[in-house]
Design a protein around this ligand. Structure first.
Ligand code: ZN
Length: 297
């Protein structure tokens, strides 16, 4: 029986408006909707007066302008970046130019090369954080303290940012309510992603605010469903290999029924990520002509 993921897609907002969504938290959604970004990038503002901005968003002048209008009379003191996809970090440049605030992130975009064909939004190769942040680091403002949680998988430099006193986790693209995350090698890594899901299960965060879509108010159930979904997908791939469906495109054909054509490549990358993980664990081997098979000892 297929795993049911409790997706959350009811999402009310107005483009171009910085709106309060919880005590301490405001959000403005950029007008960059797509099959990978849902309605667009949600840029969060934490605090009042002296504020942190999480994921300034894509390089859209209107978005940055609307954010700055919403913050008139306030001061941006920190710019936090969950990861370096082009729908998350590029607007940091314009925001920094306007405010002088330093950027905080795990590090530059990694894995692959600048010219690689992009699945989803592609990498922001120009972003370099002013302050590099590691797992467990604390980032303090006057009225709030973030804890950085390194969650590689979607990208190797992905961070979630927790507000431990409020039970809030800004989960970036690691855990979203509206969709599963794209895990696209070489920078996307299935083994790391699964470990990063497990890592969240060991934490007490009560609400997740992802960069795309609405808050997740039963985060542990959600994370458990994602883990079960990936295990089910892995089992499906192994079943394909055992029945001589041995190439990525054929596996996608078999397992992803009713897939929108625009998402085929992302599905292929996801299957590839599973296969790399299975090869790494010694369960599968890759043979000639991009065929994979289950290892026989
Ligand atoms: Zn992303």
């Amino acid at each position: 029986m297929a795993v049911e993921i409790p997706f959350r897609r009811e999402f009310s907002f107005e483009y171009g408006r910085l709106e309060p969504v919880a005590p301490m938290i405001r959000r403005i959604v950029a007008r960059n909707p797509s099959a990978f970004t849902f309605r667009g990038t949600g840029t969060y503002v934490v605090g009042h007066g002296e504020v942190a901005v999480i994921d300034p968003g894509p390089d859209l002048a209107d978005h940055v302008e609307a954010l700055l209008t919403g913050l008139a009379g306030e001061q941006v003191t920190h710019i936090l970046i969950t990861h370096t996809h082009r729908d998350h970090s590029p607007a940091a440049r314009a925001l920094q130019a306007a405010t002088g605030a330093p950027t905080f992130g795990f590090g530059p975009h990694a894995g692959g090369n600048r010219g690689d064909p992009a699945v989803e939004e592609g990498g922001d190769w120009d972003f370099v954080p002013d302050r590099t942040v590691s797992d467990g680091d604390r980032i303090a403002g006057k009225r709030w303290v973030f804890e950085a949680v390194h969650t590689p998988g979607h990208t190797s430099n992905h961070l979630c940012f927790a507000l431990p006193e409020s039970g809030i986790l800004f989960s970036g693209d690691h855990v979203m309510g509206w969709s599963t995350s794209v895990i696209a090698p070489p920078d996307g890594d299935m083994a790391a992603y699964m470990a990063s899901l497990d890592k969240l299960l060991g934490r007490p965060d009560a609400v997740y605010w992802p960069t795309h879509g609405p808050a997740i108010t039963e985060p542990q159930d959600h994370v458990r469903a994602f883990i079960a979904h990936r295990r089910e997908r892995e089992a499906g791939i192994l079943e394909c290999l055992r029945t001589d469906v041995e190439r990525i495109d054929a596996i996608v054909e078999r397992l992803y029924t009713g897939l929108q054509p625009g998402l085929r490549r992302a599905a292929g990358r996801s299957v590839h990520a599973h296969l790399i993980d299975l090869v790494g664990r010694g369960i599968v081997e890759s043979g000639a002509d991009a065929h994979y098979r289950v290892r026989r000892n």
